[in-house]
Write a protein that binds this ligand. Structure first.
Ligand SMILES: [Fe+2]
Ligand SMILES: [Fe+2]
Length: 301
């Protein structure tokens, strides 16, 4: 059973990370839909707006409430996020509320001895419930899009496996929220089981493969580097799932993820400065960079 303090803090830290991730999924989906899917595109834009609002609500409650470690982890924003948003808005024509990034930048952590009131617990509970309701619709939307494309009834300009990937991330967020609403500790928080590690290593593996498939073919160095990470995470997922009994794996997950995080940062900078050619939006590489930072923080908790 979570204490009131734990419930409030863990809820708000997760919401601060995940509502931004969800609104960006909506942006990425909207940016790859072709003209016949205009109606779907409008729905994606509406989900972007909804999750921007939920992020704004979260920020109001999270200021002076969440931990310093979370605020400094680089999972809510990075040094690239503002510029990545500006460019992605320019390239896609999709409006992005950049004030949210400015505001998260100036948020303050909780102070020692700060009281978490019953009133605040109620507000957080209401927020979580509201997110669960919107997320249920967004998961259905993602699942419809995925099944339409997987059965070749519809086609976006995105890989089917990426549609599956964003659906899986949404499901993970739902699992965290429902556990929190039962006042239990989400398994994800301390990566308590091999399933949690497996999930995040699969996510990293997907990122590596997505990057590998989205660099311009002339970017041989970047392609090879992404491929190297894909192979490492494939090895790690076979270690953490199929073979639970394996003792210390030879690969250090933290070190690899830290290197992969640096590669994502280097790529984001290269795309922003027009030094790396790819079909990835700068906000996309910044997004997966933040997901790596999130995983790194979970590993060190
Ligand atoms: Fe994501
Ligand atoms: Fe991801």
């Amino acid at each position: 059973m979570l204490s009131r303090e734990e419930y409030i803090q863990i809820s708000l830290e997760n919401n601060l990370f995940w509502t931004r991730i969800m609104k960006e999924h909506a942006i990425f989906i909207e940016s790859v839909l072709t003209p016949p899917l205009k109606e779907v595109s409008m729905q994606a834009d509406e989900f972007k707006r909804i999750f921007e609002e939920l992020l704004a609500n979260t920020m109001e409650l999270a200021n002076e409430t969440i931990s310093m470690e979370a605020l400094q982890s680089g999972e809510f924003y990075t040094r690239f996020t503002d510029e990545a948003e500006r460019l992605t808005q320019q390239f896609t024509g999709i409006e992005i509320d950049r004030n949210l990034t400015y505001t998260v930048n100036i948020m303050e952590p909780s102070t020692i001895g700060m009281e978490m009131t019953e009133e605040k617990e109620k507000e957080v509970s209401w927020l979580n419930q509201n997110i669960i309701s919107q997320l249920t619709d967004f998961l259905q939307f993602k699942a419809n899009l995925l099944s339409g494309q997987a059965s070749c009834n519809a086609k976006s300009l995105e890989y089917t496996s990426i549609l599956e990937h964003v659906l899986e991330e949404g499901r993970k967020y739902m699992e965290i929220l429902t556990t929190l609403q039962d006042r239990e500790m989400p398994a994800d928080e301390h990566l308590v089981s091999s399933q949690e590690e497996f999930f995040w290593n699969m996510i990293m593996s997907d990122h590596a493969k997505i990057m590998r498939g989205k660099f311009d073919p002339v970017e041989i160095h970047f392609f090879n580097e992404a491929n190297r990470f894909a192979k490492i995470y494939d090895t790690l997922t076979s270690l953490t799932w199929e073979n639970d009994e394996v003792e210390e794996p030879l690969i250090n997950v933290h070190d690899v993820t830290s290197d992969f995080r640096d590669f994502k940062a280097f790529t984001t900078q290269g795309i922003i400065e027009c030094k790396v050619s790819s079909v990835m939006m700068p906000l996309f590489t910044d997004h997966i960079l933040r997901e790596a930072n999130h995983y790194l923080r979970l590993m060190t908790k």
